[in-house]
Design a protein around this ligand. Sequence first.
Ligand code: ADP
Ligand code: MG
Length: 279
Amino acid sequence: MSPIRTHGADLPADAGHVPGRPDHELAAHLTYLARAFKAPTIGAVWAELGDQARAEGWSHEEYLAAVLARQVADREANGTQLRIAGAHFPQIKTLEDFNLDHQPGLRRDVLAHLATTTFVPKAGNVILLGPPGVGKTHLAIGLGLKATAAGHPVLFDTASGWITRLTAAHTEARLPAELKRLRRYRLLIIDEVGYIPFDTDAANLFFQLIASRYEQGSVLITSNMPFGRWGEVFGDDVVAAAMIDRLVHHAEVLTLTGDSYRTRQRRQLLAKDNRADQG
Ligand code: ADP
Ligand code: MG
């Protein structure tokens, strides 16, 4: 039996110390160790980084740090990928791709602060208001992506999607369980509140969702309706007021303005075509 086996009860005291081992045996041993440690990146990079370390005269500590840093970076990236897939974003839109020049009235310091996602562990909320096409969904996804990158589980759906989900849970008498399950998502995104008015049952379910998140987990809501018209959306001024109360207690409310980005781009293209025709 090989004296440097590192598993089993008969582990020699110097199991990890293998000076003078033939290269091929050492390579196999490192591959085994990386797998046992569930660190595939270490298995993939130790040789290449070892060459680089020798060529550039790194200390042992520098080499170890470089190998571990690669493993940690991969693990974080994989975790973020999983969270992005789990969030069910309708598309990928980043804050970096959002053109702030189209929103001169948007408080940039507030947006920059939201982008740090420190509101998520504090169970703070975000409300994005404004007419269609001004970038509410874009910002909601962009902030959601930041949250996934910061390690927070996120779940995105439209308001009607949330109602479908909650109605199903309610019908099967598992609404409390569903609301509890949703707590593991640190940020719930509810897009397009207001496009479709809620009936009484839907408004009631929606209220329960918001109430269950209060000071427990973050909600990000987008709406084309100003708060003053949420009574129409929910068919009841009292329910709407109670909900707004809970939502805005710890919240940033950002109002987007202006023309639809899509129409504006189309107009600009048309204007360019016209100039080209004339010129
Ligand atoms: P809303 O949700 O407010 O109706 P969207 O977020 O769906 O608007 O925006 C409509 C389209 O215009 C999307 O493709 C979005 O990426 C784009 N868009 C809107 N505003 C901006 C902006 N300021 N910078 C870049 N793209 C934008
Ligand atoms: Mg939208």
